[in-house]
Write a protein that binds this ligand. Structure first.
Ligand code: GRG
Length: 300
């Protein structure tokens, strides 16, 4: 089997596993408030690459953890991610009509429902970490996971990055400022996806945890650079979201600062840095390595 077909099989397995795990943890539409529960399920299920759950499962595999212990952390990071997409698409933020190839939550429902659906998904993420019975780890590990996810999502992480992003519209950012914004906006949750799997390990050496964190930090930035490149050169149908928004909204991005080939080169350097960090894991790091490659080669 080639590395690529291995990754494809693993990705498919994890995507199906994440879908079923999310489905089982989302509130049923039969329970009130039905419309809110419908909107939550509409936004989470049946779409997206599931990159963050994939990272959680792949890190777990590298650390030889059972799949079962990773379902709750994988769901928690995806729930936070989807909440951020719903809120990002609102008229007060990016004002978008299309997400994951279908109408955004506020278009399919209404703005108030979309705000509440995002809120409901965010709190569900923390509830899952707090009380999911399949997460068989000591209470201290649960608490560390809750803390790590809160830090990654809050004003020093994703929400803070979004605030910097909104403030940057129409301004010129230098490369350091742009990087600082993306490390928070997209990087922090990608890092948390790896960190939560590390926290599920009973006695992970600090050095392994630090190396995996460095891997996650590098691919988080590489992911964002590829996102900027795709925003510039892909099309709306392939992306499943509106293409060209950065340019239309006069948003600073990597191709604008480095040129397209400079941005590609930077993504490749980050990929190499990520792969280097995995060297002590040997063969066990193969899926994480393949995922890093997927991040810089993805087309949507
Ligand atoms: C509104 C609190 C709040 C935060 C928003 C992450 C974010 C912060 C906004 C998303 C907007 C955006 C398009 C960011 C660029 C990178 C990104 C996160 C893209 C979407 O992630 P993918 O490609 O999406 O992993 P799928 O649909 O595959 O899960």
């Amino acid at each position: 089997m080639t590395a690529e077909s291995n990754l494809n099989a693993f990705m498919l397995l994890c995507q199906e596993r994440a879908e079923a795990a999310l489905d089982a943890r989302l509130p049923p539409v039969s329970k009130p408030p039905e419309r809110l529960h419908q909107a939550m399920r509409y936004s989470v299920l049946g779409g997206g690459k599931r990159l963050r759950p994939l990272l959680t499962y792949a890190t777990g595999r590298a650390l030889e953890l059972p799949f079962e212990v990773l379902d709750a952390p994988a769901c928690a990071v995806e729930l936070i991610h989807v909440y951020s997409l719903i809120h990002d698409d609102l008229p007060a933020m990016d004002d978008d009509d299309l997400r994951r190839g279908k109408p955004t939550c506020h278009k399919a429902y209404d703005e108030a429902t979309a705000i509440l659906a995002g809120d409901g998904l965010q709190t569900l993420a923390f509830q899952v970490l707090a009380d999911d019975p399949t997460l068989k780890v000591p209470a201290a590990a649960r608490l560390s996971m809750i803390e790590a996810l809160a830090l990654a999502s809050g004003s020093f992480g994703m929400v803070g990055g979004q605030a910097i992003d909104l403030d940057a519209v129409g301004k010129t950012l230098d490369i350091v400022e742009l990087e600082n914004m993306h490390i928070r906006k997209t990087g922090a949750l990608i890092r948390a996806s790896v960190k939560l799997a590390c926290l599920a390990h009973p006695d992970l050496p600090d050095e392994t945890s630090d190396r995996l964190d460095h891997y996650a930090k590098s691919i988080g930035l590489a992911f964002q650079i590829q996102d900027d490149i795709l925003d510039e050169e892909s099309d709306t149908q392939t992306l499943g979201k509106t293409q060209g928004k950065d340019r239309d909204h006069n948003k600073p991005n990597y191709p604008a600062l480095l040129g397209l080939s400079g941005a590609r080169q930077k993504a490749r350097e980050l990929y190499e840095e990520a792969v280097d960090s995995l060297s002590p894991l040997g063969e066990r790091g193969s899926v994480l390595r393949a995922l890093a490659q997927f991040v810089i080669e993805r087309r949507n």
